[in-house]
Design a protein around this ligand. Structure first.
Ligand code: ADP
Ligand code: MG
Length: 568
């Protein structure tokens, strides 16, 4: 097939009504039309679907699109039916179809009418489907959301692992296209390896979102009040507040309402009707704020979300990027504010401790990156893009001054002596203690474990008693990030010296420790019912607030809700 640019542009116009390609689309489309294996990495909203839809429409045969979610497939099929008068242009093949429907799908494919066939990996594995698809012309296989193939991705789906073998059964030399918005090099490597497309042409778009401002604040007992204050400073703008638990979602939404902020809650514990009601209220701007678990967001395309607040830190940088990515879609202002406390990290670690070791290792490695991001003193944008394998010029790059660390650099203090003390204790206690015990030893705090110290270890007792617990914990974390010590996951977090740490003991050198930004919490008295400690608000207080809440909800025009079922 020889296709020049005029043909491709004409097809783009004809099928989609667009006169221009977005970003790297044109190169991708050409590459696919030339029958080559292709790997596309573009942020969410970058326009990945068109990359395979257009070549599918322009080629003979049927393209198979593997997608993890029925809802995503249905949306796409509906959209494709909009570009053509032919109903059969796109189909979904899944187990919910009845015999007549299956017959129709097969007929349309055999006729050559169907250009795109959407399948979940599970359906593709079925022998009867493989047998049928072997008998028809397949133009290529596109694997959407290809990160599902990797345990390092955020949505691992074991069935994705079999795709290469299945496609091999469908016929020889069927080109494969992998597409994902997951930018980490580790996940990309897994995708290429698992799909067996080491020869693929790789198209990678930049993940930089220059209009987003990144900020991390220390999470204190007053976090709810801090959030309310932030929202009030951004009166009238749309925003999302993410919380880890359903219970916190409901509670915080109530507290916001009580404080005169129009907010609705959203999590997977509500029934579908309630969920879509709250979602619509947010989309239609009946309310300014949605307080949600991560269940909220997939496929939400509200262009003018002005801030995304994380009441709880997410479990990976990847998730953080995806969730904050919902701000400023229109290119306008977007403030990404995360509240961070190391206690939350420990909670997430505890969460994982029941899982298989391999999974824990991955989870902890991802979490360690989150700690590093939250505690870093460098440009947060540079940190994040580096994590995604992208270079960023923090002086001249696009969006260079759009983060708290660049605008307001963290104070640094010399911590060489403390660093030495810390490493001596780790080494001197035979590398058998976790952070907490190390800190207790440094501060001379006795406990059962430490009382059982060998005498030669007692010399370390209290050598760091001049500093408080949070100082030592911060130093340990910064030393972990800098690679002087490491945490052993199989030993539940016991600290060990690394080679770099051994070297430091022999040749101590300057180590600049960064101090967190300090925010002065002004007048919190104006804020009603905010919980302390980032936990659950006082139930009694909430009861007292019930009437107030009802009248506020009335005034704000939001539905009053009392749910508190199924906290998770
Ligand atoms: P992704 O899968 O990368 O998240 P989508 O394929 O869902 O992104 O596309 C995101 C949006 O971009 C859609 O609304 C789509 O219609 C739009 N879009 C895609 N390509 C173009 C283009 N060439 N010109 C204008 N809009 C486009
Ligand atoms: Mg997509």
């Amino acid at each position: 097939m020889s296709l020049n640019e005029i043909d491709i542009h004409a097809a783009l116009k004809k099928y989609f009504g667009f006169s221009q390609f977005k970003g790297l689309q044109e190169g991708v489309v050409k590459n696919i039309l030339e029958g080559r294996n292709t790997f596309v990495i573009m942020p969410t909203g970058g326009g990945k679907s068109l990359c395979y839809q257009l070549p599918a429409l322009m080629q003979e045969g049927t393209a198979i699109v593997v997608s993890p979610l029925i809802a995503l497939m249905k949306n796409q099929v509906d959209a494709m039916r909009g570009v053509s008068a032919e109903m059969g242009i796109a189909h979904v093949l899944n187990s919910s179809l009845n015999k007549t429907e299956i017959k129709q799908v097969k007929k349309d494919i055999t006729d050559g009418t169907t250009k795109l066939l959407y399948v979940a990996p599970e359906s593709l594995t079925k022998d009867e489907n493989v047998e049928f698809l072997r008998s028809v012309k397949i133009s290529f296989v596109a694997v959407d959301e290809a990160h599902c193939i990797s345990e390092w991705g955020h949505d691992f789906r074991p069935e994705y692992r079999n795709l290469k073998a299945i496609v091999a059964r469908l016929g020889e030399d069927i080109p494969m296209i992998g597409l994902t918005a997951t930018a980490t090099p580790k996940v990309q490597e897994d995708i290429i390896k698992n799909l067996g497309i080491t020869d693929a042409t790789v198209f990678k778009a930049s993940f930089n979102r220059p209009n987003l401002f990144y900020e991390v604040r220390t999470k204190t007992d007053n976090v709810d009040a801090d959030i309310i204050r932030f929202i009030k400073q951004n009166e009238g703008k749309s925003g999302i507040v993410y919380c880890l638990s359903r219970k916190k979602v409901e509670e915080l939404a109530q507290v916001l309402q009580v404080n005169g902020i129009s907010a609705v809650p959203y999590h997977a514990g509500f029934d579908a009707k309630t969920r879509s009601k709250y979602q619509d209220m947010f989309l239609m701007e009946d309310v300014n704020v949605v307080v949600a678990t991560i269940a909220f967001g997939m496929g939400i395309d509200k262009p003018d979300v002005r801030y995304v607040i994380h009441h709880d830190i997410p479990k990976s940088i990847e998730s953080y990027y995806q969730e904050t990515g919902r701000a400023g879609r229109d290119g306008g202002e977007g403030h990404c504010l995360a509240f961070y406390s190391y206690k939350d990290i420990e909670k997430l670690e505890k969460f994982m401790s029941g899982k298989p070791v391999a999974e824990q290792e991955i989870g902890n490695a991802l979490l360690q990156e989150v700690v590093a991001y939250a505690e870093t003193s460098m440009s947060r944008r540079k940190f994040m893009l580096h994590y995604f394998g992208e270079e960023f010029d923090e002086i001249n790059g696009d969006g260079a001054d759009m983060d708290d660390n660049t605008r307001n650099p963290k104070e640094k203090v010399e911590a060489k002596d403390d660093a030495l003390k810390l490493l001596r204790v780790v080494q001197g206690t035979s590398e058998k203690f976790k952070s907490k015990e190390i800190v207790n030893t440094l501060r001379g705090k006795n406990n059962a474990l430490i009382s059982s110290h060998k005498t030669n270890e007692k010399e370390f007792f209290g050598i760091g008693s001049d500093k408080d617990k949070s100082h030592w914990m911060a130093l340990i974390r910064q030393f972990l990030v800098a690679g002087y010590i490491r945490k052993d996951i199989e030993q539940y977090g016991v600290l060990h010296l690394t080679e770099k740490g051994q070297e430091f003991l022999k040749n101590p050198h300057s180590f600049l420790m960064t101090k967190d930004h300090v925010y002065n919490a002004e007048n919190d008295n104006a804020i009603v019912g905010a919980s302390k400690g980032g936990g659950v608000a006082d139930e009694k207080l909430l009861k007292q607030l019930k009437d107030l809440r009802k009248s506020q909800a009335n005034k704000l025009g939001v539905p009053p809700f009392v749910v508190f079922q199924d906290p998770s």
